[in-house]
Design a binder for this molecule. Structure first.
Ligand SMILES: C=C1C[C@]23C[C@@]1(O)CC[C@H]2[C@@]12CCC[C@@](C)(C(=O)O1)[C@H]2[C@@H]3C(=O)O
Ligand SMILES: O=C(O)CCC(=O)C(=O)O
Ligand SMILES: [Fe+2]
Length: 355
């Protein structure tokens, strides 16, 4: 462990306290370092249940799925997806391997701590350095294979974890590719534009990541933050949440709305790149995760984006509600440049591109 840590000290520009999560089993009251003010005026527990304030639920097999998705993205920037074809046994397996990972003692998890070389790793959320307080959260990010890190955690027993994560990522990628078509369909993009849209090429090289999120039971949930408000940076994110609620989205003029877990459904969030592409027509949804006192909440977030060198340019001649939209609202940006901008400026990244 010492050599791992010294390498992190040497190479990583982020302070270590923003990488190493708290040992949540060692504290029985909320440390001052993890106490958050109700900074945006909305108490953490605020929920607005009921149909009026729930994100849409869309059945992927519905013949009107594309139109419903278009409408949900425009109005909400998020929806719950059912009949997506992902076997529930696979989700259960991923969830139980995820629980197995986070149940390891803190010193064991440190063996998979984030390194500057990136890739698969254990640590706090990457947005942590933007906040003065720490989040009640630990994450494990998988980019491609998890073998190297899983082997450090379970030298003789890593295959079960890796196989199930690989299978899940494969199925998620297939689902994400179908969803991409569905996202583009209601935009009335001409065939020419559709072909030239860079996100149509280089499927193999597309940018994906699977983020395993853990929110342990919290002694003082009304003053703690699971995952601070953020938008996701890539095209879209597909989230499975365990049966415990915690995910909330910000609804203009209403406040934070809880996205209640729906058995077998996946939550789909519009990310910043899918906001830029149709020239701002779909809002990238601001969301956060709150915590609770009784249960250990798990979520699995699959991020999908185009290859790093793709250029994302707003499609300006989309016909929107009968009106010709002409002026681009954002300048073109490569995926890599946008990810770098997000790393440096977080939610200000999008405004830096605004024309
Ligand atoms: C592909 C990615 C999206 C992500 C950054 C990452 O490189 C891997 C982790 C992802 C995550 C998960 C928690 C919230 C988030 C904002 C963060 O800090 O790390 C997202 C990133 C994102 O969407 O930009
Ligand atoms: O835990 C959740 O439900 C949200 C996770 C999330 O927003 C993320 O990983 O980006
Ligand atoms: Fe997110």
């Amino acid at each position: 462990m010492a050599s791992t840590l010294s390498q992190v000290f040497r190479d990583n520009p982020l302070p270590l306290n923003h990488i190493i999560p708290l040992d949540f089993t060692s504290v029985h009251s909320l440390p001052e370092s993890h106490v958050w003010p109700a900074f945006d005026g909305f108490p953490f527990g605020t929920t607005y249940p009921g149909e009026k304030f729930s994100i849409p639920i869309i059945d992927l097999m519905d013949p009107n799925a594309a139109q419903l998705v278009g409408h949900a993205c425009e109005k909400w920037g998020a929806f719950q997806l059912t009949s997506h074809g992902l076997p529930s046994i696979l989700t259960d397996d991923v969830e139980s391997q995820t629980r197995r990972l986070f149940a390891l003692p803190a010193h064991e998890k440190m063996k998979a701590l984030r390194l500057p070389s990136g890739g698969t790793d254990y640590g706090q959320a990457r947005i942590s350095p933007f906040y003065p307080k720490f989040m009640w959260h630990e994450g494990f990010t998988i980019m491609g294979s998890a073998v190297d890190h899983a082997r450090k955690l379970w030298p003789d027993d890593y295959k079960g974890f890796c196989d199930v994560m690989e299978d899940y990522q494969k199925k998620m990628k297939e689902l994400a590719e179908s969803l991409l078509h569905i996202f583009l369909e209601p935009l009335d993009i001409s065939k020419e534009e559709y072909r030239s849209t860079t996100i149509q090429r280089g499927r193999e090289a597309c940018n994906t990541a699977l983020q395993l999120n853990s929110y342990p039971p919290c002694p003082d949930p009304n003053r703690a933050m699971g995952l601070a408000p953020h938008t996701d940076s890539l095209l879209f994110t597909i989230v499975h949440q365990s049966h415990t609620s915690g995910l909330q989205i910000l609804r203009d003029g209403v406040g934070w709305i809880t996205v209640f877990p729906l058995e077998g459904a996946l939550v789909v969030n519009v990310g910043d790149l899918l906001h830029i592409l149709p020239n701002g027509r779909y809002p990238s949804v601001l969301h956060r995760a709150v915590v609770n006192q009784a249960e250990h909440r798990i979520s699995l977030a699959y991020f999908y984006g185009p290859p790093a060198d793709s250029l994302i340019s707003p499609l300006c001649n989309l016909v929107s509600s009968g009106q010709q939209v002409v002026a681009p609202r954002y300048r073109s940006v490569s995926v890599k440049e946008y990810v770098d901008l997000m790393e440096k400026h977080k939610e200000k990244a999008l405004s830096l591109l605004r024309l």
